[in-house]
Design a protein around this ligand. Structure first.
Ligand code: SF4
Length: 347
């Protein structure tokens, strides 16, 4: 048995969890329900739901026969509702294809809807004492630290490496205590943001601890670069008033007042003439402005223009407003910023 497995089992016996409701049974159905509920959800939040769910659906048959609304109602508030729909679906599969008996074959367990490799392994170990290992988020973190595995564990290559590590550490006996220990160790001691290394029996084995890289491991999910877009805003002025355009209800800044816009490769004075029949001349540039949306960054090039000659007739969504009224209108932040800049400038 690896030193890690030996120490983990010893740690679990003293510090691990032993009295959770689903630990008092080897019924694969009960273990399965608890494992699904525990995905992305803390033990303390699961306990009440688990009790109510098992009281209402004590067997695979009772779950399979229940109306979906009833199942969803017993999951209501727990979140990630596809878990409940998948449980219901899988219970019906077990009734139809396995005679109502939870399968023991690992591949058959994994083929049930909503059961991945790690959940199948937990059910196999706790219900059938089969030698399988788990690799949920907590275990990935623990193994990445113990073995100083660089790279984000969500990457297929890193995940594969962690599965190999997890399998190599699996002991031959005391499997349920070991797997429960893995779960408890990651959830209570080697936590994501505040690992209690000072209390940890693995200090001697933990490479992250030895290399003083605990805070850096495991690596975070790489952030995607936010795409950038460009626009030119036409700030057309005439006799102390400015032209604003009401944006369509759909899309960014829907229903707000803004400046007419054109693409960066278009010439603003030409656009004013072609679109609105306005003769205008360019005034001195204002500094470029950046605005960040959730999914992209917008580079705004403001182009002040002075109307020359008569104002043409305009459709309703275009209006001339005195500068002060324009600033008080329903505007996106960067447009208000630009209007204020204009107000303070010599225009
Ligand atoms: Fe986790 Fe710290 Fe223990 Fe390493 S020493 S396994 S980082 S708690």
């Amino acid at each position: 048995m690896s030193v890690f497995a030996e120490k983990l089992i010893a740690w679990q016996q003293v510090h691990g969890r032993h009295d959770l409701p689903w630990q008092q049974t080897r019924d694969p159905y009960a273990v399965w329900v608890s494992e699904i509920m525990l995905q992305q959800t803390q033990v303390s939040a699961v306990i009440g739901y688990y009790g109510r769910f098992m009281a209402r659906f004590p067997t695979i048959a009772s779950l399979a026969e229940a109306p979906q609304d009833d199942v969803m109602q017993h999951w209501s508030g727990l979140g990630y509702y596809s878990r409940a729909r998948n449980l219901h679906h899988a219970a019906q599969t077990i009734m139809r294809e396995h005679g109502g008996i939870f399968p023991q074959d690992f591949a058959q367990i994994q083929s049930l809807k909503g059961i991945g490799r790690s959940t199948a392994a937990a059910v196999s170990v706790f219900a059938f004492q089969q030698p399988q290992t788990i690799l949920d988020g907590n275990v990935k973190r623990v193994l990445a630290r113990l073995h100083a595995v660089d790279g984000w564990p969500g990457l297929p290559l890193i995940e594969k490496r962690l599965w190999v590590l997890a399998e190599s550490l699996l002991p031959e006996k005391n499997l349920p205590a070991y797997i429960q220990g893995l779960m408890d160790f990651g959830a209570t001691l080697c936590t994501r943001s505040k690992p209690r290394c000072q209390d940890c029996p693995m200090q001697g084995e933990c490479q992250a601890f030895q290399q003083q890289r605990v805070a850096q491991l495991p690596a975070s999910k790489p952030r995607k670069a936010i795409p950038e877009r460009q626009t030119t805003m036409l700030m057309i002025m005439d006799a102390g008033e400015i032209l604003l355009e009401k944006r369509p209800d759909k899309g960014i800044w829907g229903g707000l007042w803004s400046f007419p816009e054109c693409k960066p490769d278009q010439i603003p004075v030409q656009q004013a003439e072609q679109r609105y029949g306005m003769q205008a001349e360019s005034l001195e540039d204002l500094p470029v402005l950046w605005h960040t949306f959730t999914h992209f960054k917008l580079e705004i090039t403001p182009q002040p223009l002075q109307l020359i000659g008569k104002r043409p007739g305009l459709p309703q969504h275009l209006q001339w407003l005195p500068l002060n009224d324009a600033i008080a209108a329903a505007l996106p932040t960067p447009v208000r910023t630009l209007l204020k800049t204009l107000q303070q400038s010599r225009y």
